[in-house]
Design a protein around this ligand. Structure first.
Ligand code: BGC
Length: 510
């Protein structure tokens, strides 16, 4: 009897151990060989030094100084994280995390105070050289964004992204950057998020320059941004790549648009075409140019509304060829998911003409997707998976580099929601890779808290918390920083890993 009982117990133990091993194997997932990890920021959001050493005014300097303020907490990026002076601490944080690369942006007005290449600001160049040298000293490579929304105000006064001359203005600036930093910088992002620049800047007016020109200004912006990007690409590809051997891409933001039910599939697809297909199709599709559905809808509605031509300035056949294929990777910024439906409630719901009326759909997000307090990010990892699958299928499996993904909180070091978010979204990345997606790297937004545009400092995206009360802008690692560090160190995702958050050390590889 005793013998029988103990052997049953033994059997149960063996089964339990085997189960634990199996579930451990399942819980720890390896990233492929060569997969790269980084973190991102942008100049206006972290640098400060807004008028130092010859820097001139950008549209964000202008907007944040406007009285009464349109920024939620009335704040500005005048000092922000003071990275203009604290870049060495920033690099130390990169070393703590063990980053392979760091994504940051150049401030156009810090390098070219007149907006043009007639005067190159030595102090601005020196700042970026110092930052880049400090990173390279520790084998952290720079991924440099040329344009992350801080347009020179002077160019805005001449129409900004609605003026086709901006293609040359931007290309001149890009050329200066390639000439000045190209011997050290091997990876360039031309433009960060054309949709946010054009739709939020020139249609809804949520972001600088706050133009409310929905349905025409945003489409003018769209074509000029794509042409400017393509021009920078060609300059790099033809004149600099042969000697500098680098790569160049555009970062496109895309949310996942989930149809409310099968009958709304076309609505969700139209939404995606206007949101990000508008920018991806001209570059990554075989045919080039704007998505067919979008072109037809805008041209039909323009005619119905009495316009003599489509409100969408289309590409000429030469321009289609000029833009097509101008990105070495598909750089993707992704945050969240929305549900899309189309019924009679969308008719007459939006102003006419407008971008939203052209798309003609309604959207919402589900409360059950909310984790944490922030209103801006939700937890829908399966949306990321579906998006990655769609990009793979639509554009013939392009190499993908995730250049932003992140979660907002309202502060605090115990950021368990952010940890959940990163784990869930990285798990989707691994699922997509398993299905055959060619995903080469991942970038968290953000290395540290920063000026979150019109939300000021109210929403916090940082792996590191920044103390805005202290003149030193003290940076302290959150729990997510420790978790990300371990993901990078082990090159794997372990859902059960609990970090010891008492002390942050420099990663042994740095
Ligand atoms: C932008 C960042 C921004 C982040 C979070 C991205 O769209 O590139 O500048 O801080 O979203 O809102």
């Amino acid at each position: 009897m005793f013998i029988k009982e103990s052997s049953i117990l033994l059997l149960i133990c063996c089964v339990f151990i085997a189960y634990c091993e199996a579930s451990d194997r399942h819980d720890v997932r390896k990233f492929p060989e060569g997969f790269l990890f980084g973190a991102a920021t942008a100049a206006y959001q972290i640098e400060g030094g807004f008028n130092e050493d010859g820097k001139s005014e950008s549209i964000w300097d202008r907007l944040s100084h406007q009285v009464p303020s349109v920024v939620q907490d009335g704040s500005t990026g005048d000092i922000a994280d003071d990275s203009y002076h604290l870049y060495k601490r920033d690099v130390e944080m990169m070393r703590e995390l063990g980053l392979d690369f760091y994504r940051f942006s150049l401030s156009w007005t810090r390098i070219l105070p007149t907006s043009f290449p007639d005067k190159i600001n030595a102090a601005g160049v020196e700042y970026y050289n110092n930052l880049i040298d400090e990173m390279l000293k520790y084998n952290i490579f720079p991924l440099v964004t040329l344009y992350h929304w801080d347009l020179p105000q002077k160019l805005m006064d001449m129409g900004g992204w609605t003026n086709p001359h901006i293609v040359d203005w931007y290309a001149d600036y890009a050329r200066v950057a390639f000439e000045t930093f190209g011997n050290k910088v091997k990876h360039w992002i031309t433009i960060n998020e054309p949709k946010e620049i054009c739709y939020l800047g020139y249609a809804t007016g949520l972001l600088a320059p706050r133009i409310k020109g929905s349905g025409y200004a945003d489409y003018m912006c769209s074509k000029n941004v794509l042409m400017a990007h393509a021009k920078a690409y060609h300059i790099y590809d033809e004149e600099f790549r042969p000697k500098q051997n680098g790569s160049i891409f555009i970062s496109i933001s895309a949310e996942w648009n989930e149809p409310e039910s099968e009958i709304h599939a076309e609505a969700a697809d139209d939404k995606a075409q206007f949101d990000w297909g508008q920018y991806a199709h001209p570059i990554f599709s075989k045919t080039g140019g704007y998505p067919e559905e979008m072109t037809q809808i805008i041209s039909r509605k323009s005619a119905e509304q009495g316009f003599y031509r489509s409100r969408l300035p289309e590409f000429s056949p030469e321009e289609v060829e000029y833009v097509k294929g101008t990105s070495d990777f598909f750089c993707l910024n992704h945050y969240s998911t929305q549900v899309v439906y189309r019924n009679e409630s969308a008719v007459g719901y939006y102003d006419t003409p407008s971008h939203d009326d052209d798309v003609g759909v309604r959207i919402y997000q589900k409360e059950e997707w909310r984790i944490g307090k922030s209103q801006v990010t939700m937890y829908v990892p399966w949306g990321f998976y579906k998006l990655l699958k769609t990009i793979r299928e639509k554009y013939n499996n392009p190499p993908i580099f995730i250049t932003e993904n992140g979660f907002a909180t309202h502060g605090g070091l115990e950021d368990n929601d952010r940890v959940t978010y990163y784990r869930g979204y990285l798990n989707s990345v691994l699922d997509a890779i398993e299905d055959g997606s060619d995903i080469r790297g991942y970038t968290t937004w953000s290395l540290m808290d920063n000026f979150e545009w019109v939300r000021g400092y109210t929403e916090k995206f940082g792996l590191y918390e920044v103390d805005y009360e202290s003149p030193a802008r003290t940076r302290t690692p959150r729990k997510s920083a420790f978790v990300y560090k371990e993901i990078i160190r082990s090159r794997s995702l372990d859902h059960h890993y609990e970090p010891n958050t008492t002390i942050m050390t420099i990663d042994e590889r740095h």
